[in-house]
Design a binder for this molecule. Structure first.
Ligand SMILES: [Fe+2]
Length: 216
């Protein structure tokens, strides 16, 4: 199943494809002028299908963190398309072409991409913010109604990562790596009213909510 958003910016029309893969994960394509970027290629064949159907050239593959569901088919897709793999420094991601970190900015085709370090779920976790498209690809650092488990970082790191996201423009669309709601997309402003983790006002409160949700 694929959902497609179309919108305009100064550079013309762009599209965001949200592709359901591996049963409960989302993988994304963002494209403009027939050039696409893949974010978290969990299932290469599903992405290939969209690329072919919409006649898109894949320019880059962005990875949010090293977990399998997010990086599984990066090498496969690169072999098919010769796209550049961009992601965090991590021992399991030795195949990356370009390592990026917090506050880096990349120009990929017509897209500006701002890299946000979002540790908490994992230490290597990055988010990719597209300022001209008002879109954040947040991986497992934040998804609608929730966020990923705190597997490597601590509550101070995770809380700070969420505060960073909260400073983005309120109309930023949040595209996360999984979905636990019936909805497919929300703005940051809407999410701040609904997501208990974004509502937490301290690392301690974040941890309390995390523990409660994990115990459910
Ligand atoms: Fe993850």
């Amino acid at each position: 199943m694929t959902n497609i958003w179309r919108n305009q910016n100064n550079d013309g029309e762009f599209e965001i494809y949200q592709i359901l893969c591996l049963k409960d994960s989302y993988t994304y394509l963002i494209s403009s002028h027939k050039v696409a970027i893949s974010i978290d290629p969990g299932e290469g064949s599903a992405i290939q299908k969209e690329l072919q159907e919409h006649e898109l050239k894949l320019e880059a593959i962005l990875l949010t963190h090293h977990h399998k569901a997010h990086v599984e088919d990066a090498v496969y897709l690169k072999a098919k398309t010769d796209a550049t793999i961009i992601g965090p420094k991590h021992e399991e991601l030795e195949y990356i072409d370009q390592e990026v970190m917090d506050e880096d900015e990349c120009l990929i085709s017509s897209f500006t991409v701002r890299v946000m370090g979002l540790p908490g779920h994992t230490l290597d976790h990055l988010g990719y913010y597209f300022p001209d498209c008002k879109a954040l690809f947040s991986g497992d650092a934040l998804y609608l109604g929730g966020c990923g488990k705190m597997l490597e970082g601590d509550e101070v790191q995770y809380f700070e990562s969420l505060q960073k996201i909260k400073k983005l423009p309120p109309d930023t669309l949040i595209f996360g790596g999984h979905n636990i709601t019936e909805e497919t997309v929300r703005t940051l402003e809407e999410e701040m009213k609904l997501n208990p983790f974004l509502k937490a006002s301290s690392p301690e409160e974040f941890l309390r909510i995390r523990n409660e949700v994990d115990a459910e």
